[in-house]
Ligand binder design. Sequence first.
Ligand code: ZN
Length: 354
Amino acid sequence: MERKTITDDEFELYSRQIVLNIIGFEGQEKLKNSRVAIVGLGGLGSPIAVTLTAMGVGYIRIIDRDIVEKSNLHRQHLYTFKDIGYPKVEVASRRLREMNPYIEIDPYPVYINDSTALEAIKEVDVVLDGLDNFKARRAINKACYKLSIPYVYASAIETYGMVSTLIPGEGPCLECIFPNTSDQNLPTCSTVGVHPSILQVISSIEVYEAVNLLTKRKPRLFGKLLIYDLEELSSNLLEVKKSVNCPICGGGKIIEEEKIEYPEIEEVCSREGKITYIINPGQVIPVEIKSLSQKLYSEGYEVSRTSDFSLTFKVDGNGTFSLLKTGIGIVEGLSSKEYALKIYELILRKILNH
Ligand SMILES: [Zn+2]
């Protein structure tokens, strides 16, 4: 690929970080010629996206499966009230492009699991963690190991968070540090809450590590796990090592994952008092938003919102069904999982018959 140089306009834009001796002109050119993927555009992913965009990383793939909710806005400052109900990747790509016209933003609305992770992160130099669950992190960890892509892992909740920089083949992978972790017993931000400040701290450290990797400096958190708590103003720096028995990067046996039947439906903690389900088609199902919207309208459905990436229609008065252009369904306010799946399958038939 042809190496791009920094123009005079860009030089002015980035002058205060070019003058930093740990970045410099050479580092800035490296950033311009770099490619990153941010997985998840929530509390960690949105500040990461803003900072890497402003700093001039040349290509940024933003990956997320969700739509903007009112309860996101106190910590996810990429979004405002008028964005509620729209896919995060769509709103974020518009805003990030306004922030920096010199770089490429690539919106990628998929549900991360073992069958989508490899494709989602291919051809990038670094993957940054903006996820909120371990299931998706484990899929990303495996994919990063297979493709030999450094993975800046992070998580945050309440007033504390942790970060580590994982380099495949050189140090531990996520499975070495947190073997066999499931989300079942872990707290979530909808049950115990999260302070926006800790997200700013942890996401900033992730950015610092990614920039170190991209400018070919030694990452500070290689072989280390940083745990930081704002309430105690305490930090712990633990050494983490590769495990010889790791099923991903060591000699351990891979535990057979349970077979998932698609479409898979997941109950997401109640939002604004309603139960929300996210439906994962298992693969990308391309949806022609405009023609599906016309079809639904002609059959008497009330289509309340359409955009380039999604459409939303009403079900049974107070339920809403949003469909992303990759086939992900987000259902709010329906009485049961079974009913949500029934509607999803009905819509799927309309798409496939088209
Ligand atoms: Zn490992």
